[in-house]
Design a protein around this ligand. Structure first.
Ligand code: MG
Length: 397
């Protein structure tokens, strides 16, 4: 009975997305160590091909360090508009199998295919068809996890990259999670994992077996969610962006930020993610909200209504930044920032007088956002409304 009713959730994540697109488009790059990122002194690695990962090059690493590790790497500047176009094609494939597609970034999404099985077969069959279409139509690869919940599907998709397909049956969820290291938990970053390991927790099974109170003692109110997830209890629905009342991105920092200037970069990064999701859904927004969580875990939000609906990164960022002076002083530290938009409307953006200039500027910012996104860890970014406390993904492209 339980099994018969179990949901079929897919998490699909493209492999080394930006780098793979570059290798696909330029045969001279195939099989070579390729880094997508800025060449400048302060440039960071936005994406690393699998060939260059062998040298220890990783996303978010400084370009200087990356080139020390692999002096022969080929550095390609990011083409964010192009990746956004390829992303559209990937999401088009997802939408053939279910309308319930919830994007987490350009290259990863949750799909609820429970209701699609009569047409397309079970979750495994659908994952294979999606991977096949991505390969045949786009000449790219993605990895998929199939499970009864979002959390388990996301963990599963990351276990056998690249070109992976990991299936977790409903009755095997606990057994699947138990031996995994705590760093695989959604939400456990370096800081939390150090705290947990110091107290003897090493595997997700350890987290599941302990009383919830001992996790709350280490992690605060977030301990309860971790306890539930560790036990495979996760009934969060897949919410398509189109049905969302709001779209948001937020991030918890490893160490608190203490100046307004320091907050600007994560806000830009989050505005970019929100803009990407808006444009993919054909939506615009008239309300922008910024959330700050302070060092003592209190949260404040400030929001503004806009005269015209907006959808682009710099408009969202400008609005978000203009809200900062309305917050209480941040000198004692901010541990999380979030940007979300609401009052969503369908339809194309209003025409502008100088569309090309506007677009050029937007492209610049999107390229920058791509770098920042990696620097601040796309790992830590997901929609705020999903995991209210410490939203962190844990994929590596
Ligand atoms: Mg990816």
């Amino acid at each position: 009975m339980e099994e018969a009713r179990a949901r079929q959730i897919l998490h699909v994540d493209m492999d080394a997305f930006y780098a793979s697109v570059e290798q696909r488009d330029d045969p001279a790059l195939r099989g070579k160590p390729v880094i997508v990122g800025g060449r400048s002194r302060r440039g960071v690695v936005a994406a690393a091909s699998y060939e260059v990962r062998k040298f220890g090059v990783r996303s978010a690493m400084s370009m200087v360090e990356a080139l020390q590790r692999c002096p022969n790497a080929i550095v390609v500047p990011p083409r964010m508009r192009h990746y956004a176009d390829v992303s559209e094609r990937v999401f088009d494939i997802f939408h053939r199998f279910t309308p319930l597609v919830e994007g987490l970034s350009f290259d990863e999404a949750f799909l609820d295919v429970t209701g699609s099985q009569r047409l397309f077969g079970d979750g495994i069959a659908i994952a294979k068809q999606i991977k096949g279409a991505i390969r045949e139509e786009l000449d790219l690869t993605g990895s998929a996890g199939v499970a009864p919940s979002k959390f388990v599907a996301k963990v599963a998709s990351d276990l056998d990259k690249p070109d992976g397909l990991v299936v977790v049956a409903p009755e095997s969820v606990r057994e699947f999670l138990e031996p995994l290291p705590i760093e695989r938990m959604w939400g456990v970053g370096k800081k939390a994992s150090a705290q947990l390991r110091a107290r003897g927790f090493q595997t997700i099974g350890d987290l599941a077996a302990t009383p919830v109170e001992s996790l709350e003692a280490v992690l605060g109110s977030w301990g309860r969610s971790v306890h539930e997830l560790a036990r495979g209890e996760d009934d969060r629905p897949v919410v398509p962006d189109r049905d969302a009342k709001s779209i948001g991105a937020e991030e918890t920092f490893e160490s608190d930020l203490k100046t307004v200037e320091a907050l600007e970069r994560p806000l830009l990064h989050q505005a970019g993610r929100v803009a990407a999701r808006l444009s993919r859904s054909g939506l615009r927004a008239r309300c922008v909200t910024v959330k700050l969580k302070y060092h003592d875990h209190t949260s404040k939000t400030r929001q503004m209504k806009l005269p015209e609906p907006i959808a682009d990164t710099d408009s969202i960022y400008d609005a978000a930044r203009s809200l900062l002076p309305r917050f209480p002083p941040i000198a004692r530290g901010v541990r999380l920032t979030g940007v979300s938009v609401s009052d969503l409307h369908e339809g194309p953006a209003a025409p502008t007088l100088f569309p090309d200039e506007k677009r050029a500027r937007r492209e610049q910012i999107e390229a920058l956002t791509g770098e920042l996104r990696e620097r601040f860890g796309r790992k830590s970014l997901t929609r705020g409304r999903l995991l209210d406390h410490h939203a962190r993904g844990d994929d590596d492209d």
